[in-house]
Structures are given as C-alpha cells and as structure tokens.
Design a protein around this ligand. Structure first.
Ligand code: NAP
Length: 253
C-alpha cells in the first residue's frame, strides 16, 4: 500500500520508524522544510510545499497514494486543511494523528488565548521578562510589543528582522528535562512563559518548571482541525489503522 505521511512531528517520526521495515507499506515522509537540519528519517523523504490543494491532489494521483496520514503539528492548520480537501477530491483515505492538548493542573497559572496576537496583548503594557517558545514563524506580534524583554527559544535561529528588539536567542531542540527548564527560567530571570498548546512530552517540562516556580503561562489555543477527518492520538494507533486499511484494500490490480 502506498502511504504518504505529512510529517515534522514526534508522531510522524515514530510512524516512519514503524513502517520502515514493514513490507506491506511503501511509505514516503513529507516535510515542510522548516528546520535547517531535520533529524535523519528511516523512510524516503520529500521536502517542501506541494503547491496548495491542487498540488497535493496531483501528487496523490501521480504517486498512486492509497492512504494519506496527516501527522503535522497541531498548529499546521493550513496543511491539515489542504490534506482534507485534497483527500476528498481524489478519494484518498485520510487519517490525522493529533497528540492530545495539554491541560492545566493544580498550581498552574495559565491564561488561555486564541491567537499569537492575543498572547502578545495578554503580556500587558508594563515591561516583563518573557520566555517565548512559539516557533520562529510567529514572532511578529511580540516585535510589536517591544517594551517587554524577550528570551526566544527555537530549533534554528530566527531571522534577525523577525526578532523583537534586544531579544536573547537560545537555539535548542527538545526533548527538554524539567530541572534544566527550571534552571533556564531562573537564570534568565523569566517572569512569564508564552507557548502554543502543542501537547506531547518533549516540551511539557517547561510547564512543570513554570508551575514549580509559580510563574504564569500564556497558553495559545490550537486552531480548529478540519471537520470530518478521522483522528487518532498516537503513531501506534495510526499503524493499527493502516494495517486495517491494508487488510480491507482491494489488491492485485
Ligand atoms: P502550515 O501553515 O499549515 O503550512 C503552510 C504550508 O507549508 C502548507 O500549505 C504547505 O505548502 C507547506 N507544508 C506544511 N507542512 C508540510 C509538510 N509536512 N509537507 C509538505 N509541505 C508542507 O504549517 P507550517 O508553516 O509548517 O507551520 C504552521 C505552524 O505550526 C507554525 O506556527 C509552526 O511554528 C508550527 N509548527 C511547529 C512544529 C514543531 O514541531 N514545533 C512543526 C511544524 C509546524 P503548500 O501549500 O505549498 O503545499
């Protein structure tokens, strides 16, 4: 069965490892190309956009993709929307792998906001020391609030023109450990953390560290997923779905 995985997440890498040695599937992993040095993958990879819904639909048809797995980041809303539309147009089976969102625990001081602009507004008019872990594509609203002092952490260094003035940059790739996160928050004198509700274990320790230190968190809520798409939470569940589809698919043509 020909499978295309839209990836860039822990879940897509886990599914790629599971499919790599499985003779039932011929899988390709697609990456947006957002990170300069993506982790090595055990499957053939293609990198870069498809050219919108039409481009993805053409790719699915040309490569005779029989199952499309949308294992993109929960904030990659455009790609997920395109996947739903292209799958519908071409009659390709589609499954989304979406890790559960983080939920506040006792002791958490979260302010939930619907967007990155709202997150910048929630920081207020009085200058604060802010740790931004929102990804390098989403810094513009904070550059527009330059009275805060920012520490920006991302996998690759953001382009200088997107950074808030005077921002300190830390480049690091998870997973992170709670004691290190606590040390970072204390050493950098962070007063408030801003993060997307990405979910998952790799970057959750910053929330544990903020709770331990009594620090507030501005939590950006996820965009709505496209309606009507079947969803699972883990790579193992996605593999089970694929095995089921493989068993059900007409073969031999
Ligand atoms: P997006 O806004 O949904 O996608 C923008 C375009 O990028 C898509 O329309 C598509 O281009 C291309 N694209 C996205 N994912 C692709 C994939 N797997 N393979 C091929 N092309 C892909 O998604 P995004 O720009 O990647 O990111 C959106 C948000 O998610 C950002 O806030 C980003 O920081 C966050 N994100 C976080 C992580 C993480 O691991 N922390 C990873 C990814 C994204 P075409 O229309 O040309 O096909």
């Amino acid at each position: 069965m020909n499978v295309l995985i839209l990836g860039g997440t822990t879940e897509s890498s886990a599914l790629a490892r599971a499919l790599a040695g499985d003779g039932r599937f011929r899988a390709t992993l697609s990456l947006a190309g957002r990170t300069r040095r993506p982790l090595p993958q055990p499957l053939p990879c293609r990198v870069g956009g498809f050219g919108g819904v039409e481009g993805l639909a053409s790719y699915l048809a040309e490569h005779r993709v029989e199952a499309l797995i949308d294992a993109t980041h929960p904030f990659a809303a455009q790609m997920s929307r395109h996947a739903a539309q292209a799958a519908r147009q071409t009659g390709t089976r589609l499954l989304a792998v979406v890790r559960p969102a983080w939920c506040p625990q006792p002791g958490d001081r979260w302010t939930a906001v619907p967007s990155m602009v709202a997150a910048a507004e929630a920081l207020g008019r009085v200058g604060r020391r802010v740790l931004l872990t929102v990804g390098q594509q989403d810094l513009a609203p904070f550059a527009a609030a330059p009275w805060h002092s920012y520490v920006v952490r991302s996998v690759d260094p953001p382009s200088p023109h997107t950074l808030p003035p005077g921002a300190e940059v830390i480049t690091a790739r998870g997973p992170f450990a709670e004691p290190d996160e606590r040390r970072l928050l204390a050493e950098r004198r962070v007063e408030v953390l801003v993060t997307k509700n990405s979910g998952g274990e790799a970057t959750r320790p910053k929330l544990d560290a903020a709770r331990a230190l009594g620090l507030p968190v501005v939590m950006v809520a996820r965009p709505d997923p496209p309606p009507g798409v079947e969803r699972v939470a883990t790579a193992a569940q996605a593999l089970a779905w694929l095995v089921h589809q493989h068993g059900a698919a007409p073969r031999g043509g």
